[in-house]
Design a protein around this ligand. Structure first.
Ligand code: SF4
Length: 361
């Protein structure tokens, strides 16, 4: 009984802090995760969401991830996508392959392509610069593209033996505007040494992201949960993300998705949607300096839209991502059904144009 009273008081105190606009610290976030119910987290997340978005408002995009190469030397043990150099099944897309994917995206109503491949030692910097310049020349501002994840960006700079700053400038000159925060998974050194020791350290990750921001490029924050990460590792990831945003203001959004274990070396079982939603709420409460919190239709399908009630305000309708599909993700192109579900939940989705020409149209 005494414990219950103490618990209620602590929740009331944290709730009061949120009402005042005061941020919670890591210990309070841990307490919330361990003690607050899903409904209580939902209510707190909704308060923080309301600082940035009107109730019932949400946005979405139709996009595709273009996996331009699956050849990779990083050998992350949670990845079902990669082939080692020389291994059967490895590929690299030509410009025409990429154009065909973008044309199909446009035909399906989308205007955002996101590039995500592997650490392919056969690809020089010129492959990337030529490809991105060709896309910009062909599509202008009618299509936008997220060029690479930060992990690939780091490999590209490393492989070309140039600094992050120079790599960012070279890509910018080729027409790149965005390099997303993908490849972060869980940003603790211990997690990376357990699962992806060839994928750069957390310190290096943020150094690269800072160079991207300083070059005037846009970037985002991401997170993946559902491996063997501990609660403290999740909280460290969120804390470092919030600190980076305090220091740079460069993160346009935060997206968390869930690990798909099928056909991966580490395997395991997926976490539940309930756990994902609870985590999403905690992200919204803790990341009080990132207005756009996104929920993952790619890994949670239609159920991801429940995340709008847990603090999210934005989602993708993806048409392809080989990386997560190889590990068990399934994609529906029935966009109307998904959008209808958002309306059933009380939200009116508005298309969010990232491409400049489409936004002006
Ligand atoms: S997750 Fe990315 S970096 Fe890691 S092995 Fe797969 S393709 Fe390579």
């Amino acid at each position: 009984m005494a414990l219950a009273v103490e618990t209620r008081l602590t929740l009331a105190e944290i709730s009061a802090k949120i009402d005042e606009g005061t941020r919670i610290d890591v210990d309070e976030a841990r307490w919330l995760w361990l003690n607050a119910s899903a409904e209580e987290l939902q209510q707190l997340a909704y308060k923080v969401r309301a600082r940035f978005h009107a109730p019932g408002e949400c946005t979405y995009m139709v996009m595709r991830i273009i996996n331009y190469t699956n050849v990779c030397v990083a050998q992350c043990d949670y990845c079902a996508f990669y082939k080692l150099p020389g291994q059967a099944g490895g590929y690299v897309m030509s410009h025409d392959d990429v154009f065909a994917k973008i044309d199909e995206l446009i035909a399906l109503g989308g205007d955002l392509a996101a590039f995500n491949g592997g650490f392919n030692p056969a690809l020089p910097l010129s492959y990337y610069c030529d490809l991105f310049a060709a896309i910009r020349a062909r599509y202008g501002d009618s299509v936008e593209f997220y060029a690479l994840t930060i992990a690939e960006f780091m490999y590209l700079a490393d492989h070309a033996k140039i600094s992050n700053a120079e790599a960012a400038q070279r890509l910018k000159a080729a027409g790149v505007r965005w390099i997303t925060g993908g490849g972060s998974e869980i940003l603790t050194e211990d997690f990376r040494s357990r699962h992806s020791k060839f994928k750069y350290t957390v310190t290096e990750y943020f150094e690269a992201q800072r160079a991207i921001v300083e070059a005037g490029l846009k970037t985002t924050a991401t997170m993946v949960i559902g491996f063997d990460e501990t609660l403290d590792e999740r909280l460290e990831h969120l804390d470092r993300t919030r600190q980076f945003q305090d220091e740079t203001g460069g993160l346009a959004s935060f997206l968390c998705w869930t690990f798909k274990p099928y056909f991966t070396q580490i395997g395991g079982i997926e976490i539940t949607t309930a756990e994902y939603l609870k985590h999403l709420a905690l992200c919204r409460i803790f990341l009080d300096n990132i207005p756009r919190i996104r929920t993952s239709v790619l890994t949670q399908n239609q159920q991801a839209l429940e995340g709008l009630k847990y603090g999210a305000d934005d989602f993708d309708l993806p048409i392809e991502d080989e990386v997560t599909q190889k590990a068990g993700a399934t994609i529906s192109l029935d966009f109307e059904r998904i959008l209808s579900y958002a309306r059933e939940l009380g939200f009116e989705p508005t298309y969010r144009h990232v491409a400049l020409a489409a936004a002006k149209a």
